[in-house]
Write a protein that binds this ligand. Structure first.
Ligand code: PRP
Ligand code: URA
Length: 207
């Protein structure tokens, strides 16, 4: 399915701040959540609405409300850093969690946590992680969400590379991908270049 690169000037400015190695953990987190919020504006463009009748102080009128449950699935840890920003735009969204870490040698993802939400099969689901590198973590998270019954899934990340995009399009051709940047290279250690380093470590101040 589709790859959308959301390259708005405000996102480019904030992402550049995040890429700088001397950016503090606090600024990194703030910019990540703000970018998540800005990306949500585009990602939710097709969310189903229903018409409702409301009363303004002046008259009755027709309005709109989101017509599906929305579920955000951050891939722990780094996905947590984008989730609050998106949830601010859709405060009724529920949060499911999938915990994965990437083996440093094999780059294979390992699951250590998973908690679904109710009615996920009827929900509009966003899997969220700032980094799409080999694509292993994202692909596994989407597989877990599908095992829970999720059908309408999008993946939202900050920085991606073509290798990861290709992996998701092969493993999950039904899932649309939204990214703020498509970087040129994945190095031999599995890091995106130029990227922004280890997103989880920068968000949580580890290492
Ligand atoms: C990072 C990142 C993704 C994954 C991307 O997580 O947040 O989940 O790597 O790499 P991949 O596309 O090659 O799978 P990491 O495993 O470092 O865990 P963390 O979020 O706890 O730091
Ligand atoms: N995970 C990260 O946090 N950064 C990368 O560059 C690749 C995977």
């Amino acid at each position: 399915m589709a790859l959308t690169v959301i390259d708005h000037p405000l996102i480019k400015d904030k992402l550049t701040r995040m890429r700088k190695s001397d950016t503090s953990s606090k600024d990194f987190r703030e910019n990540l959540n703000e970018i998540g919020q800005l990306m949500a504006y585009e990602v939710f463009r097709d969310v189903p609405l229903k018409e409702i009748e409301i009363e303004t102080p002046v008259s009755k009128t027709q309005g709109y409300t989101i017509d599906v449950p929305v579920v955000l699935i951050p891939i722990i840890r780094a996905g947590l850093g984008m989730t609050e920003g998106i949830q601010r735009l859709v405060p009724t969204s529920r949060i499911a969690h999938i915990g994965l870490y990437r083996d440093e040698e094999t780059l294979e993802p390992h699951q250590y946590y998973a908690k679904a939400t109710k009615d996920i099969d009827k929900s509009y689901v966003l899997v969220v992680d700032p980094m799409l590198a080999t694509g292993g973590s994202c692909s596994k998270a989407i597989s877990i969400a599908k095992e829970w019954g999720a059908k309408n899934i999008k993946f939202v990340c900050l920085v991606s590379v073509q290798e990861g995009v290709d992996r998701i399009q092969k493993d999950h051709p039904d899932v649309d991908i939204y990214t703020a940047a498509l970087d040129p290279i994945l190095n031999e250690d599995g890091y995106i270049v130029p990227g922004l380093g280890d997103a989880g470590d920068r968000i949580f101040g580890t290492k």
